[in-house]
Design a protein around this ligand. Sequence first.
Ligand code: NAP
Length: 478
Amino acid sequence: MNTYQQYINGEFRNADSNEQFAVINPFTEKIIAMAPKGGKHDAELALEAASVAQKEWAAKSCIERAGFLKKMAEVIRENREMLARTLAEEQAKIFPLAQVEIDATAEYFDYYAGWARKYEGEVIESDRTNENILLYRQPIGVVVGICPWNFPFFVMARKVAPSILTGCTIVLKPSSETPNTTFEFAKLVSSIGLPNGVLNFVSGGGSTLGDALVRSSQVGLVTLTGSVETGQRIIASTAENITKTSLELGGKAPVIICADCDMDMAVKAVVDSRIIFSGQVCNCAERVYVEAPVYDEFMDKVTRAMAAVAYGDPFADPAPNMSCQINSAQLTKIEGMVAKALEEGAEVLVGGSRCEDQPTGFFYKPTLLASCTQDMEIIRKEIFGPVLPVVKVTDFDEALNMANDCEFGLTSSIFTNNISKMMRAINELKFGETYVNREHFEAIQGFHAGWRKSGIGGADGKHGLYEYLQTHVAYIQY
Ligand code: NAP
């Protein structure tokens, strides 16, 4: 069993209180590590280190800072198997998917290293003679990154990479469910020569350590990936200092299945999307609207595909399609939502219960629900589990209206070969992303940003980088 320490100002140290909390492997239900239970004082220490380091860090050339991102990518690749194993153990992600996350994280650091010579300021035309107006893009200062448990390694990079490149320093708090990969990364990064205080990792409770971090007046940007409820709390906690927030929150992604689509491709994409990482992905198919003429065909094929989903040990070879949920609270939540859907008139076609055949682990069966209607909780609230509710719609307009009738606005998708429906969906769906004839996954050069309660600001690509920069306009009369 590992015992981790916080990484503050280039040093490994216990929490100020000397307290720790246990990290559980959701598949074995055994304790696999102890992590520091940091609090207010740890937040202050880490923020102070980040504030002191920021000025000198920002004064380095961007290409020099980018060199550290390349080194981070390198150490991740050199330790791929260890990191993937740690990730799979702390959150029951199937091992091949954990490897994909580690690879994508290394690629993410490389991608942002490539921006070193690319981001630019502007020269603006003046109304006066003999005047130049220059717009600089300068680092926003100290960043606080707050991470969720579902992609702890990749989301860590989403916050660390743009911070390092732009000359910000960062204090990052992993989820209390999954601190292990972050602290393994801290050990690797401690040997690449990064100046002290540029990168700091602290662990502890969201409402204690997390709240102390986001409330501080030393912070330029708070970037959270997490639930809507935590986003709302962070907006309240940052109000006093009017601190900028970038919030990537929950989703309730609609899928529209049109009568003309390639049905086999659509069924495969929807099922893959729903069961990847046991349904615990923010942008994956959460509700399906099927045009009436193909409803029976879709239900027949999707029933067979969901029934064939294999679940089990994340390290089994060959790997199952999915493993278990992150914890018992998540399992209970899914169970409650399915029970309510049945009370409200839904029908179970596949699954619909815990997996009694698994001796350990928080398993819920891959589940398909028919006869769902727009007013049901299962269609309106995020499930975050391997449960696929389906609604039959009379026509395309009804599908669009129902898809948009939602408090979330993260991602959406449509399966069609009809160019008019495709273009109407792209223009009329009120979501940050729409996937056409493919599963739900974004590119690192895109922009992952939700509408409505799914968030403020966003991550990835050029626009994600600009979240970490603030403008400074100089008026130069000569
Ligand atoms: P969560 O419960 O909101 O926790 C996220 C992080 O916030 C954790 O590190 C948590 O700490 C911390 N936190 C909680 N309360 C806080 C407070 N008052 N101040 C500061 N920090 C606080 O979310 P989760 O259950 O880990 O993640 C699942 C959610 O994230 C889902 O809703 C999913 O859709 C969303 N998500 C969104 C995206 C996206 O890109 N839009 C990506 C991935 C996940 P503790 O762990 O110590 O409680």
